[in-house]
Write a protein that binds this ligand. Structure first.
Ligand code: SF4
Length: 350
């Protein structure tokens, strides 16, 4: 459990973290990456943390990997690399630093540890979980194998190391359809996201895709009628949905793609108005790079992703707490599933 008062007391004894407009002004180059969505008052509050973390990174020989769903002060202020799960998983294999701070959720940190067992991997809040990762266990995979003998198991990276270890290959939302299409079997088991699986089943009709019934608490909240209402209230708005949304939501959207697919689509198309049917920080993190696009709400927030804050990152990196460990045998099997995904993605040019 994160003991906020004790950790705040520890940090304030060691660092000057008082809001500072002067320090904020001296870090204007960083602020300009998020100025459209972060007010100058908030930036004066964040700047001392951003400076302390960036200084400490050099001292600890650490690198920060920030998921697209991190808040802008984390994504633009302290992350060395940003991206979706696949991009961050690949980056974890390439970085030279001794310490990886995963600004994302626990399964992402586990993936980094699996791929880089000799590095110290920190997650600033151990309780940053995921409704998908919590929906399935290795026993669930065994049940699916019993039900569909011989069918390969393609598992979304949003799972624990044990579940990855029990699977044949991993996938992310950016490569799921291609990974399923490349399996040497007519029936393919997809876990744990039923909606991603149903969207893949539509895109890969040559396969019999069967699925586990997990879902993401952020994306399952959208309905097709929500999208029809948004379109009516905001004529001319481009609706862009993540494939963790139910298939009827994806069908109502103008485009569906992973977080990196969404960034590419909006960057290429530059619609006048866009509504991203996904986690709230997605739009905030690309707003400054795309001033010509008006990102209209609403959005849904991931309570797990939002457990990661500047304060927790500073505490974790200072005290080196929140170290992620994975049993060596489990890690080896899970690494094979993740590595097969990375290798196949490279082979397919993804
Ligand atoms: S957005 Fe959904 S899939 Fe991503 S971490 Fe949150 S609950 Fe899990």
């Amino acid at each position: 459990m994160f003991d906020l008062p004790a950790q705040r007391a520890y940090l304030s004894d060691k660092y000057d973290l008082a809001p500072s407009p002067e320090l904020a002004a001296s870090m204007d180059d960083i602020y300009q990456r998020m100025a459209r969505v972060v007010s100058p008052v908030d930036w004066a509050i964040y700047a001392p943390y951003v400076k302390a973390i960036n200084d400490l990174k050099a001292e600890r020989n650490a690198v920060i990997l920030g998921h697209n769903y991190m808040t802008p002060e984390i994504f633009h202020g302290i992350s060395d690399f940003g991206g979706d799960s696949l991009q961050l998983a690949i980056k974890a294999t390439e970085v030279k630093e001794d310490v990886i701070v995963q600004c994302g959720v626990h399964f992402m940190a586990e993936t980094s540890k699996i791929l880089s067992p000799n590095k110290t991997v920190l997650i600033p809040d151990m309780e940053a979980g995921c409704s998908l990762a919590e929906s399935i266990t290795a026993e669930g995979i065994a049940e699916m194998r019993k039900q569909y003998p011989g069918a390969p198991v393609v598992t979304y990276v949003n799972t624990t190391a044990e579940v990855k270890a029990a699977s044949d290959i991993c996938c992310t939302s950016s490569n799921a359809a291609q990974i399923v299409a490349a399996q040497d079997s007519h029936t393919v088991i997809m876990t744990p996201d039923q909606y991603l699986a149903q969207n893949v089943a539509r895109d890969v009709p040559q396969k019999n895709v069967v699925w586990w019934e997990g879902s993401c608490i952020v994306h399952e909240q959208y309905s097709a009628s929500d999208l029809r209402d948004f379109r009516e209230w905001n004529p001319g708005t481009r609706l862009i949905a993540h494939p963790e949304c139910p298939p009827d939501v994806v069908a109502e959207a103008d485009f569906s793609g992973s977080t990196s697919g969404i960034i590419k689509y909006v960057t290429d198309e530059k619609p006048e108005k866009a509504l991203l049917i996904t986690e709230c920080s997605m739009a905030s993190n690309i707003a400054d790079e795309l001033p010509e696009v008006d990102f209209v709400g609403p959005c849904n927030m991931c309570p797990y992703m939002k457990k990661i804050t500047l304060e927790k990152v500073l505490y974790s990196l200072d005290t080196m707490t929140g170290q992620v460990e994975v049993d060596a045998d489990v890690a080896e099997k899970a690494r094979l599933s993740v590595q097969r995904m990375i290798d196949l993605s490279r082979q397919l040019g993804l």
